[in-house]
Design a protein around this ligand. Structure first.
Ligand code: NAD
Length: 470
């Protein structure tokens, strides 16, 4: 099912040869994937453009039934999706099966918005009525990342389609099969040809062709901030709106009145989940100087429990060579600028795969580049502070603002801190909580717009103001 594109409701091999998809576990070639050319992108956009009038005008209940059928098919194919995606990502099958169940529910959730896309009546007077209706934009380009290939696909496609748009999905080239399977299942659920098209290819070729196509009305991208900025610049030339979910450098602030054991556990588990290859990994732990020794010791002890063969505290493979070399570069910088607290080395194993120890550094202040740049790997920086104001200054002193965490037993201190954090999400005395109702995204280089919940619908709709005279 996976090694083909879905264009205009049909499967196709594309016209540009193939590329290899590599296993993170042992770096073997999993299979060859068709590589989309510019012509394939044009075909997909044309198909989506042709399907747009039919889809936007289809009755809401009819479209809703298709959403529900799609969700049921995803549920029915959870094991197959899990097998494909876990092989590509190097994660456990059960974890992907859980995500597949979650995205089926997300489709059901957005099905509700199809029939509640209400407008406004602004005035009703003797000589006119003034109303606002919310209309779809047209063809949307959806570009999810390799570290969230099925969830991010649905985060983008479900609200875009629920709003009445059609979609060209460009799946991540390193983990392509999940998105292609989801698009195939939409066709099997009865979605009209061209409503959801999907292809795979290289960024500078198919990615740029899709972003720059004048009939694409909005680009929804998740990836790194540098690539996001290239895409946003390209879109600006065409006055094309974007939804951008880019990187993070998320802080945990541990005040001196915090429940320290809870703060340590959540800081470590969310820093090293999926080897830190998560946009909201808590990669900076800011600690009040009076409890610094205790926290550093606690973090070191907790990190020592990780091992490759430990089911409770697992170390998995890094995703690819790019991630591995970035981690090595930043670990070397950390050894120069800070004090190594735990880890710090590559794990040599038979059978291939790139493994690295969860690594923790203690810094005197946040001046090191390790405390500033997104690494997207298992590297955590501990930074001391001496006052609430300094903690907030350090927390905000990065170019990202995806998520931040605060640990304190003082409610006023928590509220004061929450208000000053430049962050799309703040967790207080908890961490790593997600819900499809809640907005996700953040300011600065973290991006533009929000995904999830009703907030994700907004960019995919445009208001039309109508004056009706008598
Ligand atoms: P990346 O930016 O290197 O690549 C992302 C995608 O962009 C790739 O598929 C690539 O082919 C494509 N691309 C490259 N150049 C392009 C161009 N000129 N035009 C169009 N497309 C182009 O990112 P990555 O390393 O694959 O992903 C990791 C990044 O994603 C991290 O920075 C992470 O924080 C971010 N991320 C963010 C969130 C979030 O919700 N904020 C979620 C997951 C991942």
């Amino acid at each position: 099912m996976k090694q083909h594109f879905i264009i205009d409701g049909k499967t196709t091999q594309g016209s540009n040869g193939t590329f290899d998809v590599i296993s993170p576990r042992d770096q073997s070639i999993l299979y060859s994937m068709p590589n989309a050319s510019e012509a394939d992108v044009l075909d997909a956009v044309e198909a989506a453009q042709r399907a747009f009038p039919l889809w936007r005008n289809m009755g809401g209940v009819e479209r809703q039934k298709l959403f529900l059928a799609w969700a049921d098919l995803i549920d029915a194919n959870r094991d197959m999706i899990a097998a494909e995606v876990s092989a590509e990502m190097g994660v456990l099958k059960d974890d992907v099966a859980g995500t597949a169940a979650y995205i089926a529910d997300m489709i059901r959730y957005y099905a509700g918005f199809i029939v509640t896309n209400y407008g406004d009546v602004l005035s009703f007077e003797d000589d006119h009525m003034n109303v606002v209706v919310n209309e779809p934009l047209g063809v949307i380009a959806a570009m999810p990342p390799w570290n969230s290939p099925i969830e991010s696909t649905i985060q983008k496609c479900a609200p875009a389609l629920a709003a009445g748009n059609t979609v060209v999905l460009r799946v991540p080239e390193e983990a392509p099969s999940g998105g292609l399977i989801l698009a195939q299942l939409a066709v099997e659920a009865g979605f009209p040809a061209g409503v959801l098209n999907a292809l795979a290819g290289m960024g500078p070729e198919s990615g740029e062709a899709l972003v720059g196509h004048p009939k694409v009305r909005l680009v929804s991208f998740t990836g790194s901030a540098p690539t996001g900025k290239i895409i946003a610049r390209r879109c600006a030339e065409q006055m094309k709106p974007v939804v951008m979910e880019l990187g993070g450098k998320s802080p945990v602030i541990i005040f001196d009145d915090a429940r320290i054991a809870d703060a340590i556990e959540s800081s470590v588990s969310s820093a090293f989940c999926f080897q830190g290859q998560i946009c909201c990994a808590t990669t900076r732990v800011l600690v009040h100087e009076s409890i610094l020794d205790e926290v550093v010791k606690g973090i070191a002890e907790r990190v020592e429990r990780y091992d490759v063969d430990n089911e409770a505290f697992p170390i998995g493979p890094l995703f690819n060579d790019k991630v591995f070399h970035t981690v090595e570069k930043f670990v070397a910088l950390g050894k120069k600028d800070g004090t190594l607290v735990a880890g710090g080395g590559v794990i040599e194993r038979d059978g291939g795969g790139r493994y690295h120890q969860p690594t923790v550094f203690l810094f005197k202040d946040d001046s090191s580049v390790v405390c500033k740049e997104e690494i997207f790997g298992p590297v955590l920086a501990i930074i001391p502070f001496s006052s609430d104001e300094e903690a907030i200054t350090i927390a905000n002193n990065v170019d990202y603002g995806l998520a931040a965490t605060v640990y304190s037993e003082n409610r006023q201190r928590i509220f004061r801190t929450i208000r000053q954090l430049e962050s799309g999400t703040v967790w207080a005395n908890c961490n790593f909580k997600f819900n499809m109702h809640m907005p996700w995204g953040g300011p600065k280089s973290t991006g533009i717009g929000r995904e999830f919940g009703k907030y994700a619908m907004k960019p995919y709709l445009q208001e039309k103001n109508i004056w009706i005279g008598n």
